[in-house]
Design a protein around this ligand. Sequence first.
Ligand SMILES: Cc1ncc(COP(=O)(O)O)c(C=O)c1O
Length: 395
Amino acid sequence: MSDLAAKAASLDARDPLAKHRELFALDDGVVYLDGNSLGALPRHVPGRMADVITREWGELRIRSWDESGWWTAPERIGDRIAPLVGAAPGQVVVGDSTSVNVFKALVGAVRLAGDDRDEIVVDATTFPTDGYIAESAARLTGRRLVAAAPGDVAGTVGPRTAAALVNHVDYRTGRLHDLPGITAAVHAAGALAVWDLCHSAGALPVGLDAHGVDLAVGCTYKYLNGGPGAPAYLYVAERHQARFDSPLPGWNSHADPFAMTPGYAAAEGAVRGRVGTPDILSMLALEAALDVWDGVPIEAVRAKSLALTDFFLECVRTYVPEGRVTPVTPGAHHERGSQVALSCPEASAVMKELIARGVVGDLRRPDVLRFGFTPLYVSFADTERAARVLAEVLG
Ligand SMILES: Cc1ncc(COP(=O)(O)O)c(C=O)c1O
């Protein structure tokens, strides 16, 4: 056994989260490092979904909206996600895609900021959908869009800024941005901070309430393991809820939806972030998937995530010949999310070969190899094997 394989075995033996791996369907011998794109399937979800489909839908049919709790699922599941992102209950609602929630959050933030603020600041390095939607939101609300890298947001916001939309972790590089510092700077300018948590929720502590974030969105199919296309979520801080004016005021967000009145009256609380009929099958798969978090402190997840990514970088340094890959993920812990991105000129061919050899990561064109570390099910042995196979492929 090599030194690093022995080190992996010893780290796995001392890992307090090691037993969580058994909760996931990962029996195929593959090293799965793509949980930052699509989380693995928790073993109990198919059984739960069989019951939802055969009994709740097949037998109870329409009665399930009440009797199986379908109608209240968006807020109920929002309250399950809330502790994972540091939010008190009543502020998170699940539904729609992240893209749709970016639209609700950003237009809602601009409306909260008031008419005398005519700029929206958007993360220049954002996942593209946020940028596209921010551009449209700016046109719709008559604001000017200003792009700034997260590190420059503090110096960009000013008296004209209505809101700043920033990604917590960069999807490409895995860089973690300074949510507390940027939020404070945005507030000092009198504007609202809107965060995209897709690559941080379920991987590290977010602290939405503690840091005074105004609005936030995130997906549930990555580190929250909700399944392909699982619904996203919207956080509106309690202090803003009474004035939150959704740009998509569908009937599910009405104070009395079944009154079917022609005039709109917004519901109180997180419900105001709903739009139309929820995607119940996906939503209930997500609800079941969240069971794997019972009793798991997010701080323990973060500690293991940093240990895994440190160890992966160490294995890559040891195994991979000098100059073949260059880490683009920061070395400093306070700047690192839960993925390691390596630039590599032959990234596309290399990832194809890695997958063929049972190490599944992904690729961001043209030259970034991405390896996501999901602390609930990735082991140190997986991590060592991934770096070793990468070295073989590159060798
Ligand atoms: C940071 C970020 N924002 C938004 C999205 C897009 O989300 P959706 O497809 O749910 O709209 C993604 C998808 O990977 C993402 O990584």
